[in-house]
Design a protein around this ligand. Structure first.
Ligand SMILES: [Zn+2]
Ligand SMILES: [Zn+2]
Length: 243
């Protein structure tokens, strides 16, 4: 009897225990993370309801100064973690060491939060758009991390992922060292959206939001194409409101 290779592979995966990505110990759930490491992840407790920038306890529930000054083109940002260890490690290894298993884990963690908390009482967006990556960056990296994080979410929530008609045409350097004005100038016109999203409620997903100006610029392009409501989902949010 000839043994089917695909079947063998499936059996092998099934028999192997899940191992925690962070500590190497057997994982307790059907996930690449053990319960102890899961508990240690730096949940973002108080974020601005609009842009998710971490806020001190005293400002919980308030919109941050920047969003009050200029209303962003998105409606809400849901960020699961603060951009701190070990989330930084998971994201950097995903992007620069091709640790695609990290994208699966982060996507699964986000999907659980979306289902159990963020959208328990409100309607889900009807499609997911991963933050586009410039084609030079895509060639160099081989994948778009935002798309890889979106895949398990789309599977678990049964939502379509939209990747066509949204492109990044400007290759920019990291924005962290630039002033707010320089950041806006740096990303101005960075995206092109060629599809009409009239009346649609969309979710834009990214791995990490640092200054937020890239997300603002992409969402502006989606709004120009008629998107009615934009919810931003990200694994981690960097920065402090006082920065
Ligand atoms: Zn662990
Ligand atoms: Zn804000």
């Amino acid at each position: 009897m000839q043994i089917n290779n695909h079947y063998l592979k499936k059996m092998y995966t099934w028999l192997l225990p899940f191992i925690c990505i962070l500590c190497g110990q057997p994982a307790e759930q059907n996930q690449d993370l053990c319960r102890a490491c899961h508990k240690m992840l730096p949940l973002l407790i108080h974020g601005c309801p609009c842009c998710a920038i971490p806020l001190p306890d005293s400002a919980a529930g308030f919109i941050c100064g920047q969003c009050l000054q200029t209303t962003p083109p998105f409606n809400i940002t849901h960020a699961l973690y603060c951009y701190e260890l070990p989330i930084t490690k998971l994201i950097l290894e995903l992007k620069f060491n091709q640790a695609l298993v990290n994208a699966r884990l982060l996507g699964e963690l986000l999907a659980a939060e979306i289902q159990q908390k963020w959208y328990r009482t409100s309607p889900l967006p009807s499609l997911i758009i991963p933050m586009p990556l410039h084609k030079a960056r895509l060639k160099e990296r081989g994948f778009n991390q935002a798309l890889e994080i979106a895949r398990p979410i789309a599977n678990m929530l049964n939502l379509p992922i939209h990747i066509s008609h949204c492109h990044r045409r400007k290759l920019t350097q990291p924005q962290t060292m630039l002033s707010a004005a320089e950041r806006r100038k740096n990303v101005k016109g960075a995206f092109i959206v060629t599809k009409n999203f009239s009346g649609q409620h969309v979710a834009v997903i990214d791995d990490v939001i640092t200054t937020g100006s890239t997300m603002v610029e992409f969402c502006k392009a989606l709004k120009q194409q008629g998107a009615a409501r934009i919810d931003v989902w990200c694994c981690a949010r960097a920065g402090h409101a006082s920065d």
